[in-house]
Design a protein. Structure first.
Length: 123
């Protein structure tokens, strides 16, 4: 990836990173770049600021919730306590991802979640 993304880019607009997060961010930035290159064939021709933003958002998602909790253990909802917690389905596998919106920013159409398409009207 020709665009250089740093832990400072990840922290921008969020909060300062701890030393441990800076170290983790460096590795995650590399992973995000590899993933983007696989998903966006002409990545090098994209706007550098946009690519930097997408990589930072991908890394930030992992750093914000490194254990993938949707409901953390011990939290209560309407008097019901989740003693074991619930994993966020986007992070429960531990995988970094790029959202459909971010893919569209980079000019890639996301796969349709449907199994088929129904065309109405016409003959």
């Amino acid at each position: 990836m020709a665009v250089v993304v740093t832990p400072d880019d990840v922290a921008a607009g969020w909060r300062p990173l701890t030393l441990a997060e800076v170290s983790a961010a460096e590795g995650l930035i590399t992973e995000a770049g590899v993933l983007l290159a696989a998903l966006v064939p002409d990545l090098d021709s994209k706007d550098e600021g946009l690519v930097r933003l997408v990589v930072a958002r991908m890394v930030r998602r992992v750093l914000k919730n490194p254990d993938g909790w949707r409901i953390a253990p011990g939290l209560s909802i309407d008097d019901y306590t989740e003693s074991g917690g619930t994993r966020d389905n986007t992070l429960s596998t531990g995988e970094m991802y790029i959202s459909d919106l971010e893919l569209s920013w980079l000019g890639v159409e996301a796969d349709s979640p449907g199994a088929f398409e129904i065309v109405l009207g016409g003959s």
